[in-house]
Design a protein around this ligand. Structure first.
Ligand code: DX5
Ligand code: ZN
Length: 216
């Protein structure tokens, strides 16, 4: 079954714990945490302190998406704070293989992510090292942007390689995912849908998630 990972970027940060519990109760599968440093992307959000603070609020896996330069420097802190999955951008990792090993050395699942303009070929050599591939369907930095449809063939390509190589990593998509766009991602091979605005900006989070699930 397709998993849903609400992105807390679109939540009300003044009551973050309650917001997370609300989506957990409503049937979320992961909690997606968007970490931005103001360098790799033009926005600043969450650090390890917040991950540590929300850890006891939920039993769901924390899916931590690092949109930062020099991720190696912060992986230990995010692992110790209680991340279950740490995802790094290929564009920010000159020694990507080493960075993935570093994540796994902390007992955390390792994910790799590419921007819409990055070809899937850039991550082909390390696919056997990852637990998750995240394909950005917007340019990272902000919630509420429009889905970039040209990424859909890339989802299909990565799913095909997974099959051919006999691998079992999950394929996740992030950005502009809602009832109108989710089915195209899932049909192409996505297993996990990140959704910020389509869930947290809605009054009834259960209804919002049901709407996405019914669209598939
Ligand atoms: C974008 C973030 C996304 C964002 C998605 O840089 O990585 O996770 O929160 O937000 P929506 O679903 O509103 O596009
Ligand atoms: Zn994200």
């Amino acid at each position: 079954m397709t998993k849903i990972a609400p992105s807390i970027l679109a939540s009300d940060f003044s009551k973050l714990g309650e917001e997370i519990q609300d989506v957990e109760k409503a049937g979320a599968d992961y909690i997606h945490v968007d970490v931005m440093d103001g360098h790799f992307v033009p926005n600043i959000t969450i650090g390890p302190l917040i991950v540590d603070a929300i850890r006891p609020m939920t039993s769901l896996p924390l899916d931590v998406h690092l949109m930062i330069e020099n991720p190696d420097q912060y992986i230990e802190a995010f692992a110790k704070a209680g991340s279950d999955i740490i995802t790094v951008h290929q564009e920010a990792c000159p020694h990507l293989h080493r960075t993935l090993q570093l994540i796994k050395s902390h007992g955390v699942k390792a994910g790799v992510v590419i921007n819409p303009a990055t070809p899937a070929e850039m991550i082909k050599p390390i696919l056997d090292e990852v637990d998750l591939v995240l394909l950005m369907t917007v340019n990272p930095g902000f919630g509420g942007q429009s889905f970039i449809s040209s990424v859909v063939p890339k989802i299909r390509q990565v799913a095909q390689w997974r099959e051919e190589m006999g691998l079992s990593f999950e394929i996740e998509v992030d950005g502009g995912v809602k009832a109108e766009t989710a089915a195209r991602c899932v049909d192409a091979g996505a297993d996990v849908l990140v959704a910020g605005s389509a869930i947290f900006k809605q009054e009834d989070r259960k209804e919002a998630m049901d709407l996405i699930r019914r669209s598939l």
